[in-house]
Design a protein around this ligand. Structure first.
Ligand code: SF4
Ligand code: SF4
Length: 434
């Protein structure tokens, strides 16, 4: 496999129209013991143990928080194998033989409506910690943290912008599970004691706007509304969305909560229903598999822990077999290339993009300034790249690369086809050094 391609074509419109296929639950499922935010773990089970679906079988440890590890099938723990994770790293994965019975962990009791009504924001924190709820739009940021802020929340923004090309998982979820989206919004209203909930959508998503305009008529007076935002990338970046939806500019090193705003990805909002009503972790998600290197691009509902190779098979395999492929997990702009299809689909994988590789034709920088003009965080990517090449640590720090959101635009617009974002990532690592 080779590096991530820089060319993109917007196939979202067509893919977004394809209904989701329920992928069969595979015979083996794999759960990574570590991820980008948690590099250590302890496992509570041993080889040969029977497991229930949704059972807590370990704990990942990160620098700032711990994260329970859950099963996504009932069956038997058969051992540990290494597979690629969406971070591009080869990581140890717990392997489970699926008994296909889907027996839920009997300790996970559903809540009555009275119990749900009595929940406080602090209860939400505990529940969301226990089910390891994270941003399902790809951020993997722990959801409970957003419930811990001290500031009064006056507006909740539901991010359904899904601004990267190719990615259609949120689009399909909104069309196919509108009741979960609305119910999740109502849970947020109760938890934050805040009625103003705005579902943020690109203005060009006419189908979603039509569907939700109709649905929200049945929830008239609920405080849940549609908020149309711009059609450009990176409109889904939280700072850009907040500005578009509320007019508020969140300054660097400040949090949306300080401005009375809480924002959540729409898939995370829909998943709240499972967590709060049924006490269950996320065990499945929608994933788009697309790109010119795949035979039949499709949207799937998959069991978390499914192997990527199985999804590629379900798409009819590769197009133009024999050509080198680029495999990206996540969107083409912010997603990560993985070096192999021996990869596990974790809960924050929104899409898998398979592209036929193009020979990179990188030229020297001509100082055209396109990368500077495109940067949404007002950085100077060309200067940062030069500082990295010169290994000038002081200059790198002075150019503040840590504010980069890795949107990929500097690479996308580069006249010389330089993978500028890779240099910014390296600069970020160097800037963190003492
Ligand atoms: S990836 Fe490039 S364009 Fe995007 S924020 Fe970082 S430096 Fe700016
Ligand atoms: S866009 Fe590319 S060629 Fe132009 S200044 Fe930036 S790095 Fe150089």
């Amino acid at each position: 496999m080779i590096s991530k391609a820089t060319h993109i074509a917007d196939t979202k419109g067509l893919l977004g129209m394809l209904p989701t296929i329920e992928a069969p639950s595979p015979d083996y499922l794999f759960i990574a013991t570590e991820n980008a935010r948690c590099s250590k773990s302890e496992i509570f089970i041993k080889e040969g143990d029977h497991v229930y679906l949704g059972q807590t079988i370990g704990m990942r440890h990160g620098a700032f928080f711990d994260q329970p590890i859950h099963t996504t099938c009932s069956g038997t723990f058969v051992g540990i194998e290494k597979h690629y994770h969406r971070s591009g790293k080869l990581v140890p994965c717990l392997k489970f033989l699926n008994d296909h019975l889907d027996e839920w962990d009997p300790s996970l009791k559903p809540r009555t409506q009275e119990e749900i009504d009595a929940l406080t924001k602090e209860d939400y924190v505990e529940i969301l910690k226990n089910v390891a709820s994270v941003g399902l739009g790809g951020s993997s940021f722990p959801t409970y943290v957003k419930f811990q802020g001290k500031h009064e929340i006056k507006t909740i923004l539901v991010n359904a912008i899904e601004c990267e090309p190719y990615v259609s998982a949120d689009h399909r979820l909104m069309l196919e599970k509108p009741e979960d989206v609305i119910e999740g919004c109502k849970l947020l209203q109760k938890a934050f004691q805040c009625t103003d909930v705005r579902i943020c959508l690109k203005s060009k998503y006419h189908d979603l706007i039509e569907v939700y305009t109709e649905i929200l008529k049945r929830h008239h007076g609920s405080g849940i509304t549609i908020c149309r935002v711009g059609n450009f990338y990176p409109q889904g970046w939280e700072i850009a969305m907040i500005k578009a939806a509320t007019g508020i500019e969140v300054e660097t090193r400040h949090l949306p909560g300080e401005y009375g705003i809480a924002n959540f990805n729409v898939s995370t909002v829909a998943a709240l229903v499972q967590a709060i009503k049924y006490n269950r972790p996320v065990i499945e998600r929608l994933v788009s598999v697309t790109g010119d290197g795949i035979r039949y691009p499709s949207n799937f509902k998959i069991r978390i822990g499914t192997q990527l190779a199985a999804l590629i098979d379900m798409c009819g395999g590769f197009n133009d077999d024999g050509k080198e492929k680029v495999v990206i997990l996540g969107g083409p702009m912010m997603g990560a290339s993985v070096p192999s299809i021996d990869c596990i689909v974790s809960k924050t994988v929104t899409s898998c993009i398979i592209l036929n590789a193009e020979a990179p034709k990188e030229e020297p920088c001509i100082r055209c300034g396109s990368c500077v003009l495109s940067c949404p965080t007002h950085l100077e990517p060309q200067q940062i790249m030069a500082a990295v090449k010169a290994n000038d640590k002081e200059r790198i720090k002075a150019l503040k690369p840590l504010t980069c959101i890795e949107c990929g635009l500097c690479t996308y617009v580069c006249t010389s086809k330089i993978r500028v974002t890779d240099f910014i990532r390296r600069a970020k690592v160097i800037a963190k050094l003492p």
